[in-house]
Design a binder for this molecule. Structure first.
Ligand code: GLU
Length: 418
């Protein structure tokens, strides 16, 4: 990885690429390239040894034209203000392409969670939740999990909010455990949409995903579930990786077995049923039919893209391909299903969770998955419709053409205040 693209600049260039095909004024487009507001706060938290820790945290509310701000909270040492702003923008266009009545937001804390005890993480999380309480709410801004956060953190945030506000309001946050008001199917949703979108792309190309070889970069929630579900469709997962490296087996790995190994040892490296160990870059440039980047931003830049041999890429991660990488891949006719559609299953089932919380009436997993399937299918059709209508260079620009127009329509119908 040679080019360290700034994700916020990547977002803005993606918007510019699509704006060229839209009949929307530059002033309106400019508005859609910046967050409405960003909270930056320094959390002071007592550590287990009695000393005080300071943790910088952000929440970016990018756009609320289509509904309450929506998006996860990540814990990572490399979180930056610009990264959070970019991620909140991607959420805006993600909720728009799948046409759910939500806006876009994102949060992050600069912290390496592996360095802190569970009790410390709970205090850090509750400190952030207390800072967020005035700005979030079931009709205002609804956080969710992201990198290195999950049900446990969501349950703490819900409890902190409900305690401060003296209410019960499970819909203030999504991605909760089932007993705390979570939804069936939420944990698997990001991987599920990544695979549904890939299957749709193979259909679109007149190919069968059951015949595909697959490589998955990243074996956290999104990566491992994608591997499991694509395997269930009959595809052969030949390689998977995590931050420790990659493992490869030409005949196919067993996704569940690799996950069990990672649970036991902490990484995929050293997995016994592999022919070879590879680097992450070697995995990304394998000659496979489908590549699923499921880690962080900027995994594939222009230089690496030149060596990519996959036919289809389904982005489980947010922002894994830089704008330079996109250009190279388009030139090689690699079909990239953009993050804002491919991984939109997470926020879509978050939306279902929020609907269930509001109604205090819960759905079966079958219903969740059927509704998700329909939404991703419709979004894929809207994307390919725009792709063909405007004869576009790639699917990403098509997704932005559709989603920017939806945000603009809501903005223009509402008018400006004051
Ligand atoms: N963090 C996930 C994403 O990037 C899910 C967001 C949500 O459920 O609100 O889409």
């Amino acid at each position: 990885m040679s080019e360290e693209a700034n994700p916020f600049e990547s977002l803005q260039s993606q918007i510019d690429d699509a704006a060229a095909y839209l009949d929307v004024g530059d002033d309106v487009i400019e508005r859609l390239k910046h967050p409405e507001r960003v909270l930056e706060t320094n959390l002071t938290v007592e550590l287990d040894d009695g000393s005080l820790g300071r943790f910088k945290a952000f929440r970016s509310q990018f756009n609320g034209d289509r509904g309450p701000y929506k998006g996860g909270i990540r814990y990572h040492p490399n979180v930056t203000r610009d990264e959070v702003k970019a991620l909140s923008g991607w959420m805006t266009y993600k909720t728009a392409i799948v046409d759910i009545p939500l806006g876009g937001g994102k949060g992050g804390i600069i912290v390496d969670p592996s360095q802190y005890s569970e009790a410390e993480l709970e205090r850090i999380t509750r400190a952030f939740a207390a800072e967020l309480t005035p700005m979030i709410g079931v009709d205002k801004d609804i956080p969710a999990p992201d990198v290195n956060t999950g049900q446990r953190e969501m349950n703490w945030i819900k409890d902190t909010y409900e305690t401060i506000e003296d209410t019960t309001e499970p819909g203030v946050i999504t991605g909760k455990a089932l007993d705390s008001g979570g939804s069936e199917g939420r944990v698997e949703a990001t991987g599920r949409s990544t695979v549904i979108a890939a299957r749709e792309a193979f259909d679109y190309l007149g190919r069968d995903i059951a015949d595909a070889t697959v490589a998955v970069q990243g074996y956290g929630n999104a990566g491992w579930i994608s591997a499991k579900l694509v395997e269930e469709l009959g595809a052969t997962v030949v390689a998977v990786s995590d931050s420790s490296g990659a493992v490869y087996n030409e005949a196919g790995l067993d996704a569940r077995d690799v996950k069990a190994f990672k649970n036991e040892t902490g990484s995929v490296s050293g997995y016994a049923d592999a022919d070879e160990e590879l680097t992450n870059d070697e995995l990304l440039t394998l000659d496979v039919d489908l590549l699923i980047p499921a880690a962080l931003e900027n995994a594939i830049d222009a230089e690496l893209a030149a060596d990519v041999k996959a036919d289809v890429i389904s982005e489980a991660a947010n922002g894994p391909i830089t704008p330079g990488g996109d250009e190279v891949l388009a030139g090689k006719d690699v079909v990239v299903i953009p993050d804002i559609l491919a991984n939109a299953g997470g926020v879509t089932v978050s939306y279902f969770e929020w609907v269930q919380n509001r109604q205090r009436f819960y759905w079966t997993e079958e219903k969740v998955n059927a509704e998700l399937e329909a939404i991703i299918g419709d979004a894929f059709d809207a994307l390919t419709g725009a792709y063909e209508e405007h004869d576009l260079e790639n699917f990403r620009t098509a997704a932005y053409v559709v989603s920017i127009q939806r945000v603009v329509d809501a903005f223009e119908e509402a008018g400006t205040f004051p």
